[in-house]
Design a binder for this molecule. Structure first.
Ligand code: UDP
Ligand code: MG
Length: 317
């Protein structure tokens, strides 16, 4: 099979019919063999009925129905597990992404040998409250992930080599960072294609509100930490702990030496608690031991983690 299209959806009943017809038209024009996997993420409208209806008439349609709403990442994860095509394409269900992009995305994966091609909605039809923070967010993500050529990490329209989706685990709200997940898994030929974007035709956005930015940044930090220190937590905490301890040690020497000097000269000695160095020593040593403890606990956890010895082997002879 050439292409699997994975479509996460949450209350998108009005769009599904039109979206599938459009995909079908493009696929037939280019005579691709394909499947379209609709992942119904706990919709409360008639989306699932619509998927069933499409399935009746088209054997290419497949469906997964969640019992409740788990989020876009979960939907993508399950769609990826089911996908059989050599190239896997994800797109949103709301008709904002255009199926006309599929052939070129497919070509970039199969001929230009990209592992992942991300859409770039250069001209977006979303309100400013969405596009402006997104710019900031993408700039940070580029810096942290080291994927310098991506403008739009969170674009719903992406294409993947099959290996990629079978070897990454999208969880929580990590769908925003799939290129970073892919890079951490060793797939680093990541490209970008400018894609057409439409205004939402039906329904409304499922990702409003400010807290998604806070959460987005926290997720980015977690990913950064996991990819750099996930397998060796002591390296970061041990370093911080040692640094703190060293500063505390210097401070305590200053305090102790000052006191001894005063005593030996017979001048009236200050109380050690009057010295700022005393407090520096105290906090630094406390913090230092905390960091060490965090490091040891991290090591214990990573030693027990299921993934402690899972590596990505590309080939074996
Ligand atoms: N979606 C989902 N589960 C959710 C939220 C959204 O499967 O909990 C789907 C949604 O139906 C759509 C896609 O994810 O197909 C992108 O959502 P949306 O269009 O609301 O995001 P936006 O384009 O506004 O960023
Ligand atoms: Mg949308």
């Amino acid at each position: 099979m050439d292409i699997s299209v994975v479509i996460p959806l949450f209350n998108e009943e009005e769009s599904l019919g039109e979206l599938f017809e459009w995909i079908k038209r493009v696929m037939d024009e280019h005579s691709f063999s394909y499947e379209v996997i609709f992942v119904n993420d706990g919709s409360t409208d008639h989306s699932w009925d619509k998927v069933q209806e499409l399935r009746q008439a088209n054997p290419e349609v497949k469906g997964i129905k969640f019992r409740r709403n788990y989020g876009k990442s979960a939907a993508l994860f399950c769609g990826f597990e089911k996908a059989q095509g050599n190239v896997v394409i994800t797109m949103d269900a709301d008709l904002q992404d255009s199926p006309d992009e599929i052939p070129e995305l497919y070509r970039m994966i199969t001929e230009d040998k990209y592992d992942l091609v991300s859409g770039y909605k250069k001209k977006r039809y979303d309100p400013l409250s969405k596009t402006l923070p997104t710019k900031l967010f993408n700039a940070t993500a580029r810096k942290v992930s080291g994927i310098k050529n991506l403008h739009d990490f969170n674009c719903g329209l992406k294409a993947y080599r099959k290996d990629v989706v079978k070897n990454i685990e999208v969880y929580g709200e990590m769908h925003r960072y799939i290129p970073y997940l892919a890079k951490n898994a060793g797939f680093d030929k990541i490209g970008e294609k400018v894609v057409q974007h439409q205004a939402r035709k039906f329904g409304h956005t499922k990702f409003g509100g400010l807290n998604r930015f806070v959460n987005g940044y926290l997720d980015l930090m977690s990913l950064w930490f996991i990819s750099n220190f996930g397998r060796k937590p002591m390296h970061v905490f041990g370093f911080l702990g040692s640094l703190m301890f060293f500063i505390g040690f210097v401070a305590i020497i200053i305090v102790g030496a000052g006191k001894l000097y005063a005593l030996s000269k017979g001048v009236p000695a200050r109380l050690v608690t009057d010295s700022p160095y005393f407090y520096i020593a105290l906090t630094m040593m406390l913090l230092g031991s905390q960091f060490f403890l965090a490091g040891f606990i991290g090591e214990l956890i990573s030693r027990n983690a299921n993934s402690r010895n899972s590596y990505q082997i590309e080939e074996e002879l």
